[in-house]
Write a protein that binds this ligand. Structure first.
Ligand SMILES: [Fe+2]
Ligand SMILES: [Fe+2]
Length: 197
């Protein structure tokens, strides 16, 4: 499937504000790709598809999980906001024909993060928070995005530590479950920083 065909399908399956956010992440991922040392074309596809399962109904989620034998971890099972990332990697593969593991794992981990993230995983995690349309309606502030953008120029891992902190704080404020991978991801980066200082 070409990227233009992906965009047509995304426009048909996502709510309007999610589609606008999606295009913002894809463009932001391309902009930041050289800084992260990743391929811009792959970054564009990962950005386009990162939220491809976001507006699935509970019935669709169940159908895909059953059909493709997906088992959700205990946190994702209880926290619908987490499911779209894990499911999105499968949807990108089966509905959009993406086979590249670098792209698929960036989609899979874009919400939780994980210890030892690859450059592409870091890029999509960050671009999801810094694309210019995000602060309009998704509970993130423009100041937070601006700070992450600044930090990315100085030190990618510092930007990630800050970004994970913002996401976890956001989830705390909402009173939702925190996925342990987010904590492990942050601990990993902080331990690394200590080792290197
Ligand atoms: Fe997402
Ligand atoms: Fe997103």
């Amino acid at each position: 499937m070409t990227t233009d065909e992906m965009i047509v399908r995304l426009k048909a399956t996502l709510k309007e504000r999610r589609f606008i956010h999606t295009m913002g992440v894809a463009n932001e991922a391309v902009r930041l790709a050289p800084r992260f040392g990743v391929d811009g074309g792959k970054a564009y596809i990962a950005g386009l598809l990162h939220d491809c399962a976001k507006n699935f109904s509970p019935e669709q989620v169940r159908e895909y999980c059953d059909r493709y034998g997906l088992t959700l971890d205990p946190y994702s099972e209880k926290e619908p906001a987490l499911i779209h990332a894990f499911l999105g990697a499968t949807v990108a593969r089966v509905d959009y024909g993406v086979e590249d593991p670098e792209i698929l794992s960036a989609i899979y981990y874009h919400t939780t993060g994980k210890p030892g993230m690859s450059p592409m995983e870091k890029l999509i995690y960050i671009a999801d928070l810094t694309e210019p349309n995000r602060s309009l309606d998704l509970g993130r502030s423009a100041e937070m995005s601006a700070r992450i953008r600044e930090l990315v120029e100085e030190d990618i891992d510092e930007a990630l530590i800050y970004a994970i902190g913002c996401s976890v704080t956001h989830v705390l404020k909402k009173g939702n479950l925190i996925h342990p991978d987010s904590i492990f991801a942050r601990n990993y980066l902080i331990e690394n920083r200590r080792k290197n200082s």
